[in-house]
Design a protein around this ligand. Sequence first.
Ligand code: AMP
Length: 533
Amino acid sequence: MNTEASCRNVFRMFQDVAERVGHGPLLTTAPFNRASSGASNRATSEPSTTLSYADAMAQSARLARALTALGVRPGDRVAAQVDKSPQALLLYLAVLRQGAIHLPLNTAYTATEIAYFLSDAAPVLYVASCACMAASEEALNRHPNIQRLTLEADGTGSLMTLVSEQAERHRVQPRRGDDVALILYTSGTTGSPKGAMLTHANLASNARALTRLWEFGSSDVLIHALPLFHAHGLVIATHCVLLSGSRMHLLPRFDADTVVHLLPEATVMMGVPTYYSRLLEHPDLSAAATSGMRLFVSGSAPLSEATARRFHALTGHTILERYGMTEATIISSNPVVGERRLGSVGLPIEGVSLRITDDHDTPLASGNVGHLQIKGPAVMKGYWRQPQKTRQEFTPDGWFRTGDNGRIDEDGYLTIVGRSKDVIISGGYNVYPGEVEALLDAMEEVSESAVIGLPHADFGEAVTAVVVAAAGATLDEDAIRRRLRDVLAAYKVPKRVLVADDLPRNTMGKVIKAELRDNHRTLYLGRSAEGAS
Ligand code: AMP
């Protein structure tokens, strides 16, 4: 599944760059520089820290030695349920260089979820904030062999005490390209999470392709507001920086005010679509504020055309939309130079092949909507301890089933129309939610929408829209349906348009459609059905 089986430990790639950059800065944690932003009345309690490439190498060496001292061996899993901080990033780098497998976990996971991850991944070490540690106490007690260390958001904790006793020298553990470097549990909005195994070669190939594609250079400064427990923040964003010798503002979380005032000091931003819609609500977002920026990248969820257009109108920048998933990191991207198509996620990145198929894995001609399948050097090795699930997700000839539905046009541009499992079958016809959502989102009075299928006695499933009004707008269900009827085949027009205050989203900005379906599942059914379901 990868072509770089002979690749060395991916950490060596970053180490080579670090040796060149030396004491040049890798990251700054200051929320923003008050002097240059002119926002002198904006108080910040967080002191500014700068970490150089040389510091990162020295500290990751000490951390790696600490892991070895704890008995962590290559291939062992190190679970990290920690808040975002420079130390959290250094822990990831240390695990890579030490040859173990990094297993980041969302700090929002509940004790039940942690219990599942601990038994499934069987880590030898669990690093967490005291708060997460306390919440998982019961689950941890069931695994007495798992060692525990703490790491707080301010970089203190028992892990760092152990680290302070270590020397700064550490020989990078040789790894083969197909050795697993990272297990990321899919953020899947339904079903139990599966651990995607990403190898050293997977990470190396994607990092190289993206750094080239997005033209990262040593003078770039990235605004990093994404979490470090997901591929977007941990792998995609940080690897581009580490491989190009550039710098990042590592923010603890996304905050529109902080980000807007950092824009004059940055050149690139990566975010989920929600970040962009929040930035648009900020009064200081302007062409002047973004004049030094060279690239805004969006992904992890569909960017609405309305948001992209408003962002362009206000700043002059066309957000570059790309598409990826935990199991393969980045798959396609609009170009830096060349046409960025609104509504499309662009062209396959270097080394990646795409195809659209029918239900029997037979490729369809361009322009048709079907299942998106991919091949490429960054496609994961498989799901952790789930060989059967892994086999199901690959076709006999080695294509990975993304679970997304899409369309590739004649020029090779890919459009995602939704997850396969979200396709609505109404009266025997397939309705792709993305098509209806794009039309709803383009309406001035709509801020965002989600289209779902709900059980219906006649149609099997009834197309249903849940919409949120734009600021100050009122929504008229009949008027919306009438306008959709002008452009859509009747079977695609939602039977109902429900108004909501907001849509349920997970941390990566994806709408949790399962929750919406659950909340409204009896909409078209009588009371008796309500009791029965
Ligand atoms: P995750 O594994 O959490 O990264 O989620 C991957 C899924 O997010 C993909 O399979 C898509 O359904 C969705 N996704 C990611 N990027 C985009 C995008 N630009 N447009 C539409 N959907 C996207």
